[in-house]
Write a protein that binds this ligand. Structure first.
Ligand code: DON
Length: 304
């Protein structure tokens, strides 16, 4: 399979959509990103890599970081994690409050904001240096020691993060988080602020695609079965109230972020990352979804 040629063909085919959607501006720093950018990188488990356009430009990975947080929490707490957060798709927006109130502060899954705020709380309780330990883990999975948080993005999100503060307050009211709300939110925003390129994300997610190989990075270990389960949650919950549409169009487990990045994996075959900041109404990259839809259609490689 000539992946480079396929990616180039895909890019040409989706150009008509390049002005569709709107970049996230509820995080002021993200409104400053040039929305007319696109990058894509595929990394096969047999060691091939194909990358096009701005595949080496770093961007804010935002909710993609929730997969790394889940890997850490699952490694630390094992199945006890599921007492703190559910594993059912929410069918609601990533920042919805309604369901959380109805369900008495138990988040539906780890990928909606409420679930990730609970994971931030778990990591704060269990790690000796949460900020350093989380970054060390992400760097180890990506095999790249230059990956960093973007503190201005994290602070910028804190300055307007009223909805996440409401979620954290509701969680605290129901006793679902242990630590101080301000500390939990600070760490949650920091995790979201990590910057990586498509190439770096594709390498990092190969660790999830290759679930037959032992997962062991910076002291965080997962069994084959645990990685399989993280992939299942990416499939059912990775795109919030667009998870069904993504499964229908693309047919791969994946995770999106409001920075415009999307990662997806074809277990035992490849990992792929795509980035373009303009988002649809569900907060997912317009060109990113189109590109992945074309990738699995053209290559006839998807899990379905
Ligand atoms: O908490 C937020 O709203 C952002 N830091 C992350 C949201 C996000 O990336 C949703 N993904 N599509």
């Amino acid at each position: 399979m000539d992946y480079l040629q396929i990616l180039e063909r895909i890019h040409k085919a989706i150009l008509p959509y390049s002005k569709e959607g709107k970049q996230a501006d509820y995080i002021p720093e993200l409104a400053n990103v040039n929305p007319d950018q696109f990058g894509m990188c595929i990394h096969t488990l047999s060691g091939e890599t194909a990358a096009i356009e701005s595949a080496d430009t770093r961007f804010s990975i935002q909710s993609i970081s929730k997969v790394f947080a889940l890997a850490m929490c699952h490694s630390i707490k094992g199945d006890a994690l599921w007492k703190r957060v559910g594993k059912e798709p929410s069918g609601t927006a990533f920042n919805s409050l309604v369901q959380l109130e109805m369900e008495k502060g138990l988040p539906r899954n780890p990928f909606i904001n409420a679930g990730a705020i609970v994971m931030a709380d778990i990591l704060l309780s269990h790690l000796s240096n949460p900020e350093e330990d989380f970054l060390r883990f992400v760097r180890a999975v990506a095999n790249n020691n230059t990956i960093e948080y973007n503190h201005s993005v994290a602070l910028s999100e804190r300055s307007t993060g009223y909805l996440n503060a409401a979620i954290a307050n509701l969680l605290k009211y129901h006793g679902t988080i242990e630590n101080d709300i301000e500390e939990v939110l600070h760490f949650y925003f920091l995790m979201c602020s990590i910057e990586m390129s498509c190439r770096e994300l594709a390498v990092a997610f190969a660790a999830f695609a290759n679930h037959n190989r032992p997962f062991d990075y910076a002291g965080i270990t997962l069994t084959t079965s645990q990685v399989k389960r993280i992939n299942a949650i990416m499939q059912t919950c990775g795109f919030y109230d667009e998870a069904g549409e993504f499964a229908y169009l693309v047919g791969l487990p994946g995770k999106s972020g409001v920075g415009g990045g999307i990662v997806a994996i074809y277990p035992l075959r490849y990992s792929v990352a795509v980035w373009s900041p303009r988002l649809n109404s569900k907060g997912n990259s317009v060109m990113g979804i189109k590109a992945l839809e074309l990738l699995t259609t053209e290559t006839a490689e998807s899990i379905f």
